[in-house]
Design a protein around this ligand. Structure first.
Ligand code: IPM
Ligand code: MG
Length: 372
């Protein structure tokens, strides 16, 4: 197939990790006979420095006509002045909102290949974690208005607004039900219905949507108690669906429970085929430019891209398998506890590339041998 993939490397370690994912995609193209065209654009702080805005109309147009978008990360201390009116993150929000990417899918699983010491939790608690976090991405406090600062009687005051329409809730909840249906058929809807009006509407809409999915077992959980359960019994979750800010917070918590923040991919999807794929970790300015960042979250995001936006299942599976085999062989970047033998970003990319296999061999090999 032919596909145009827009690359938005962004800031910090973004360019380093996206470069490795691009090499993986190029190799997939060679091995499986696809023609991928890459089109790289600025976003975030890099775009502010070059063009004065966190995302230009040119970048936006490129994204609109792309088959898929792969993003590194945005942000960094040089753009963090609280008084600044232009911020790197606004680029990300504009992409999410203007491309209609309302559902953020974050698969969180424990990688056996990393060993049981990877998680900060006791091994018996961390074992078997396999969660899909579905986060609403274009509503709630991130986008609500009014939003402003003012001075009242000599005192500074700030206002943000949480607002949700039933349509915004329904479409992401439906998506979560569909995902639950393709998995273990359990859905946890997370809210703060004992306090927030938005959450009470959320819970109501979930109940209504649930009528169409009698085969999925739904539970409602308050966000504070969900935060607790994520560290006490993370393996008890299947699919979690929640609003924007809760999802932001809970997905970092869930990710670190698996011991692999640097490994986890995400997909931001709307009603169309085109999605935006990015690792869930940030721009890591402290290690940017040193070539030591873990590219696996981005490479696994590229695998999600192949599957979700391009419909290339076998290819996505080949990338995932290559990542698992690299880990099984002991390949570790510094964040994965590589210590003195830690691989560079490039070397980890090589470790994956070297294990990507042609379709014919994959088809012929028994699963165990393929995982070798
Ligand atoms: C995420 C990030 C972003 C968010 C930041 C960079 C604005 O934390 O994608 O989870 O809060 O959505
Ligand atoms: Mg976040």
């Amino acid at each position: 197939m032919k596909a145009t993939i827009v690359l938005l490397p962004g800031d910090g370690i973004g360019p380093e990790i996206v470069a490795e994912a691009q090499r993986v995609l190029e190799r997939v193209g060679e091995l499986f006979g696809h023609e991928f065209t890459f089109d790289s654009h600025l976003v975030g702080g890099a775009s502010i420095d070059a063009c004065g805005v966190p995302v230009t109309e040119r970048t936006m147009t490129a994204c609109r006509s792309a088959d898929a978008i792969l993003l590194g990360a945005v942000g960094g201390p040089q753009w963090d002045d609280p008084a600044a009116t232009v911020r790197p993150e606004q680029g990300l929000f504009a992409l999410r909102e203007r491309l209609g990417l309302y559902a953020n899918i974050r698969p969180v699983r424990a990688f056996d290949e990393l060993g049981e010491r990877a998680s900060p939790l006791r091994p018996e608690r961390a074992a078997g974690v396999d969660i899909v976090m579905v986060r609403e991405l274009t509503g709630g406090l991130y986008f609500g208005t009014p939003r402003f600062r003012e001075v009242v009687d000599g005192e500074r005051r700030a206002v943000d607004t949480m607002v949700y329409t039933e349509l915004e809730i329904r479409r992401v909840v439906r998506r979560a039900f569909e995902i639950a249906r393709s998995r273990r058929r359990r859905l946890t809807s997370v809210d703060k219905a004992n306090v927030l009006e938005c959450s009470r509407l959320w819970r109501q809409v979930v109940r209504e949507v649930a009528d169409g999915y009698p085969d999925v077992k739904v539970e409602h959980q308050l966000v504070d108690s969900c935060a607790m359960r994520l560290v006490t019994s993370p393996a008890s979750f299947d699919v979690i669906v929640t609003e924007n800010l809760f999802g932001d917070i809970l997905s970092d918590e869930a990710a670190v429970v698996t011991g692999s923040l640097g490994m986890l991919p995400s997909a931001s999807l709307g009603d169309g085929r085109c999605g935006l794929y990015e690792p869930i970790h940030g721009s890591a300015p402290d290690i940017a430019g040193r070539g030591i960042a873990n590219p696996l979250g981005t490479i696994l995001s590229a695998a999600l891209l192949l599957e979700e936006s391009l419909g290339l299942r076998k290819e996505a599976a080949a990338v995932e398998r290559a990542v698992l085999r690299a880990l099984a062989s002991g390949a570790r970047t510094a964040d994965l506890g590589g210590g003195r033998d830690a691989l560079t970003t490039r070397a980890m990319g090589e470790a994956v590339l070297g294990r990507l296999e042609r379709p014919s061999r994959l088809a012929g090999a028994p699963p165990e041998a393929a995982r070798g």
